[in-house]
Design a protein around this ligand. Structure first.
Ligand code: HEC
Length: 145
């Protein structure tokens, strides 16, 4: 898929999640580097869930590898906050753990690891929203076209 189409598809996916969750979206006005990274993470998370429900170990492994690689890069800023950085590392460790468990064909372990991984997404977002205050508080909901 062409990068532009991929970006459009990922934006639509992220927006759908906001509506489904009925939650205040995190600040996303400038489509900056972080927003693009986050959309990629969401895609990785979906791919991991799909691999788990299909019992597709190589799919789970690939998703874990992709998520871990996203966390390892310098392009994901840590806002100079050590707690934020710690959440990012936690996400990376969880992704590597799920990857190893998939390699060992341990579906239950990988499912449990996936839940831990997802809580690091939620925990960091909570930290950003409530502590760092870098997220908007008012929900911006629009109908899906
Ligand atoms: C270390 C902290 C941290 C972790 C861990 C984290 N996020 Fe985020 N996330 C953020 C921040 C900060 C933003 C707001 C980015 C911005 O300015 O748009 C954000 C925004 C988002 C958005 C909205 C992006 C947009 O289009 O504006 C999505 C979707 C998202 N994250 C998904 C995830 C998923 C899925 C995971 C776990 C696999 C995850 N995030 C883990 C910090 C984190």
């Amino acid at each position: 898929m062409r990068p532009f189409l991929l970006a459009v598809a990922l934006s639509a996916l992220g927006f759908g999640v906001y509506l489904a969750a009925g939650e205040a979206p995190l600040k996303s006005a400038p489509r900056d580097q972080t927003a693009i990274m986050m959309q990629a993470k969401l895609k990785g998370l979906h791919a991991m869930a799909e691999g788990l429900v299909r019992k597709d170990f190589s799919g789970i492994e690939q998703a874990g590898e992709a998520l871990a690689a996203l966390c390892a890069g310098d392009d994901w800023q840590h806002h100079g906050d050590p707690v934020y950085e710690d959440y990012r590392d936690q996400l990376r460790r969880s992704a590597l753990k799920v990857m190893e468990l998939a390699r060992a064909q341990n579906l239950e372990g990988a499912t449990y690891g996936y839940m831990g991984l997802m809580s690091s997404c939620v925990d960091c977002h909570t930290h950003c929203r409530d502590v760092l205050k870098i997220a908007e508080t008012a929900p911006v909901l629009r109908p899906i076209p």
